[in-house]
Ligand binder design. Structure first.
Ligand code: ADP
Ligand code: MG
Length: 196
């Protein structure tokens, strides 16, 4: 698995789905999630040669820093934290166990930064069950876990982020950040499974 293929696959997947992410954010937010993710990952892809020359952990730290700098809104610092902290926690050895531990460490930092937890209709509602599937060694279940988890945000009432301003009116729509997290997970799996 090359770092270059991983980053181009994740970045291009989010850019391809920017309009969908924006439509989701139009329903329960301010309609910029697709624009935010596209801006962030276009900046990452513009720096691809430098990023891909690094070991995976260093590359992830660089991706995180770029997202913090280029993406406004809530998702920039939160996804920036996620990528940077996975990079910081991941050593040279990349196995399901080391990835599970690194993603867990990163999720704790995202929770702290967002003052958020699962059940609040955010990206965490996808990231946490995906981490659990990796930690359980249940790698074949990750794709379905991510899809089910994103779909499960539809009936939730938002407790964090802009969508929480809508109260009960946030119910009935998928959380945009849950969907972008699902897209990231799916594109990583495509690379790991040799489908990208
Ligand atoms: P903004 O809400 O500032 O416009 P985006 O639209 O880019 O930023 O991102 C919105 C997404 O960020 C939400 O759908 C949600 O998944 C995620 N999010 C927002 N606030 C939080 C938080 N406190 N903790 C975790 N995730 C959050
Ligand atoms: Mg928004």
């Amino acid at each position: 698995m090359t770092t270059r293929l991983l980053i181009t696959t994740v970045g291009s997947r989010l850019i391809e789905h920017a309009d969908e992410l924006t439509r989701l954010d139009q329903a329960i937010g301010d309609g910029d999630h697709g624009v935010n993710m596209r801006r962030g990952f276009e900046a990452v892809l513009a720096d691809l040669d430098a990023i891909a020359a690094k070991p995976l952990n260093e590359a992830l730290k660089q991706v995180g820093m770029t997202l913090v700098m280029k993406v406004g809104g809530a998702s920039g610092p939160l996804y920036g934290t996620l990528f940077s902290e996975i990079g910081k926690a991941l050593g040279d050895e990349v196995t399901p166990a080391t990835v599970a531990a690194a993603v867990d460490a990163a999720i704790q930092k995202v929770k702290a930064r967002g003052k958020s937890d699962i059940g609040q209709k955010t990206m965490l509602d996808v990231l946490v069950p995906v981490q659990a599937a990796i930690a359980a060694g249940n790698l074949g279940a990750i794709r379905t876990a991510a899809a089910d988890a994103a779909a499960a945000t539809v009936p939730m009432k938002a407790i964090r982020g802009r969508a929480s301003f809508l109260g009960d009116r946030s119910i009935g729509h998928m959380d945009p950040g849950a969907r972008s997290s699902q897209l990231i997970v799916e594109s990583v799996l495509d690379v790991v499974e040799g489908r990208a």
